[in-house]
Every structure is written in C-alpha cells, then in structure tokens.
Design a protein around this ligand. Structure first.
Ligand code: NAD
Ligand code: MG
Length: 395
C-alpha cells in the first residue's frame, strides 16, 4: 500500500496536535511531508523527528538557528519564515491540514490547494476573509476542501447522499462559552483569564475567547455561507450548552438531521482524514441515557453582538469578511493585552467596519490575495486607532 503524503500547517497548535495524535496511531499509512509551527520549537522538532517529516518550518525567521539545532542529526530539513512556509505548503501532498490560526493561514492554504490535493480546513478565517478565492482556487486546481470545524463537518456529514437543493435551513450550535450565564452587567469586567476557560471544548486560547464573545460563531456563520453556498437567512445559530449536537440540517419535508458526537475535535479531523471512508476513531462513545437531556435556547443578540455583525458582513460581501476578521483579531489582541474590555471588542469591530465602509474599502467585485491583504492591513490600522481613542476616553 502506498503511504499517503500529509502536511500539517499549524502542527504545534491544538488542532495540529490532535491531527498528529491520529496520524501517529497509523504510522504505516502516512508519510509526513511538512510540519509547520511558530515559537514552540521543542514541540515542532520532537514531532518532526518522531514522524520522520521531510521538513519542519517555523514561521519566525529568528528561530531558524534553534530549529536547526533541535533537528541536528535527524535528517529533517529545517526552514523558517513566510516564504519557507509557502514552499513547504506547495510540496506535493495528498492531504494537508490547514490549522494555522487567523488570517495568516490563508496564503499557505491557497499554496496547498494549488498542488491539487485535499485541504482539510480548520482555518475558518480563510473562508471568512477570502471564501470565493479559496473555492475558485480549489476548482481551478482540481483540489478538494473538506471542513474540519465541528459544525461544518456535522453539516457535511448530514448532507451525505442528499440533494443540497432540498435543504431549507441549517443550524449551527454554540455552547455560549465562558460567560453564557453571567449577568450582562458583569461582562464589561470579564478578564482574558476568565474568558480563556471553555465549558466543554479544550482549544487554543484565541478561539476559546472568541467562543465567549461569540466571534467564533460569527466567523462560523460566514464560513457556512462561503463553504456550502447557503443564503444567510437559511443559517441559524442555536445555543446548546452541552455541545453534543454540533449542527442540524433541515430539509424541505420538515426532517432535521442532527450530527451528535463528543466534544473532541479528533472526530471531525479523523472524518476529514479518512473521508470518504469511516474508520474507527479514539473518541468517547456517548451514553445518551447517562446524558439524559440536551437543552437549547435562542441566542441573545444583546449579549453577543458579534452575531449581528456577522449578518451585516454577509449582506455586504466583498472585502467585508477580511475587514471583519482583521478587526476582530486586533480587538482580541487588545483585550488579551488588558487594553480594552471584553465588551469593547464588538464595539471596535463595528467601528472599524463603519470607517472602512465610509472610505469605500469594503467594495470589491472580485477579490484576490493582494486586495484581501490590503483590506486586512487597513482594518488593523483602523482598529489600532479606534482602540487608542477608547483608551483616551477612558482616561
Ligand atoms: P492554536 O493557537 O492552538 O495553534 C495555532 C497554530 O498556528 C500553531 O501551530 C502556531 O504556531 C501557528 N501559527 C500561529 N500564528 C502563525 C503565523 N502568523 N504564521 C504561521 N503559523 C502561525 O490554534 P487552534 O486552536 O489549533 O486553531 C487553529 C485553527 O483551527 C483556527 O483557525 C481555529 O479557528 C480553527 N479551529 C480550532 C478548533 C479547536 O478546537 N482548537 C476547533 C475548530 C476550528
Ligand atoms: Mg466550530
């Protein structure tokens, strides 16, 4: 049997490590081409050695020496920086995991698509910032994109064998994050530390905070539209504190197909890894009698303004997704740095969308990577200005 060639972009992160866990269980089936990471050189080098990767790449050029040293004698090539990351993503692979966090995942994901294999897409930001570009690139190069976000994997699985034209609506669920049951008045005082604890999922810090603010679900609304092509009004968000139903697809005959599973990303990653087959995965088997009940509630838009902003972004289209995501990333940085309050994040994003819109910076007939990068840069600049103004007013 020929081994499948796999690359993991963002190998040292939460999704990257779960992917490695699955691959390391079947060493005879996979050949690792490239692993990429950031500052965690020890982890990157250890995994590259263990899996016998062709190349390991750190995003930080200054860390090349450390990476070389950590890989000495292993036969694994060491590389660093943005160009090296793209070069690694372009090496022929049958399956690439896109698990870099944030807009930084877009260009490497596009590079992987250009070599025509399968891209398992955890990096939702690439669909939010440049959905049409990603889908067109895949089509042009005969590449396939499989969703890895649990909700989107759930929708994808519920759609298997179905006619997409028979879909009336899709529902993605949200746990509600760390502050689901906090009194609204307390939210302004919430700290980054408090926002970094998710009730059900164990994920990277940034997406955990985005779960508390619902910016994660806001990105996922846009991701659903871009990936499946549903109209915004067909896509609903439902708060489901147990996080066991990840998504539901409603058909025109009234049937709802729900995807139910444990809150373990190895399910969605493994589904994408084995697709179109289903193979045994090391995830918990749910005991529904033990769980006894699943609960649901409508999302409160006063608590989670990010959901309203996502609807505005979907209505505008063009570069609004790129601006929205970049403003969100900048606002999140400012919150993590204790510069703005938890509730200020949505205010920053809204102000940036308004400003960039007034400058004509959201309009665009056909997006390309340069336009997306420019929109990203402008949004971060404006977000910095909005944050500074907030700080002055708070003094
Ligand atoms: P993480 O922060 O744990 O890991 C991010 C990875 O990206 C690390 O390997 C890091 O070194 C790398 N990275 C960070 N900045 C980079 C840059 N500028 N250039 C190159 N590499 C960089 O993130 P995560 O939680 O694993 O999330 C990864 C992606 O998967 C995100 O898009 C997230 O939205 C999505 N996702 C995550 C989960 C989850 O359970 N963690 C679930 C669904 C979707
Ligand atoms: Mg998700």
């Amino acid at each position: 049997m020929t081994r499948r060639r796999v690359t993991i972009l963002g190998a040292t992160g939460s999704i990257g490590q779960s992917t490695i866990d699955l691959i390391a269980r079947a060493p005879d089936e996979f050949e690792v081409v490239a692993l990429t990471g950031g500052c965690n050189i020890a982890q990157l080098a250890a995994d590259a050695r263990r899996l016998g990767a062709e190349v390991a790449v750190t995003a930080h050029e200054a860390l090349l020496g450390d990476l070389r040293e950590a890989l000495a004698g292993s036969g694994v090539e060491a590389a660093a920086g943005e160009a090296a990351l793209l070069e690694a993503a372009e090496r022929p692979a049958d399956w690439t995991m896109s698990a870099i966090i944030g807009a930084a995942g877009l260009a490497p994901g596009l590079a992987a698509l250009r070599q025509g294999g399968t891209l398992a897409l955890a990096n939702k930001e690439s669909l939010v910032t440049a959905g049409p570009l990603l889908m067109e690139t895949a089509a042009a190069h005969g590449a396939r994109i499989l969703p890895v976000d649990s909700e989107h994997s759930g929708i994808f699985q519920a759609l298997a064998g179905e006619d997409i034209a028979a879909v009336e609506r899709v529902i993605i669920t949200a746990s509600g994050g760390a502050f689901r049951d906090w009194p609204l008045a307390r939210l302004a005082r919430a700290t980054p530390e408090e926002a970094s604890h998710h009730p059900n999922w164990d994920m990277g810090q940034r997406i955990t905070i985005d779960s508390a603010s619902m910016f994660n679900k806001a990105l996922e609304l846009i991701e659903t539209k871009e990936f499946f092509g549903f109209a915004p009004e067909q896509i609903e968000v439902l708060v489901h504190p147990e996080s066991l139903i990840h998504a539901l697809v409603g058909f025109r005959d009234g049937a709802l197909m729900a995807h139910v599973g444990p809150a373990d990303m190895r399910h969605a990653i493994g589904y994408a890894l084995n697709w179109p087959e289903r193979r045994s995965l090391p995830v918990e088997r749910l005991d529904l009698a033990e769980i006894a009940r699943l609960t649901f509630r409508a999302p409160d838009e006063a608590r989670w303004p990010a959901l309203r902003l996502a609807r505005e972004v979907m209505a505008i289209g063009g570069l609004a997704g790129a601006v929205f995501n970049a403003a969100k990333e900048a606002a999140l940085d400012a919150f993590i740095a204790h510069r703005i309050r938890f509730t200020d994040m949505a205010a920053v994003v809204e102000a940036v969308l308004e400003r960039v819109s007034a400058e004509g910076g959201l309009d665009c007939d056909k997006i390309d990577l340069d336009k997306v990068r420019e929109a990203d840069r402008l949004a971060r600049l404006r977000a910095g200005e909005v944050v500074e103004k907030m700080l002055l007013q708070a003094d």
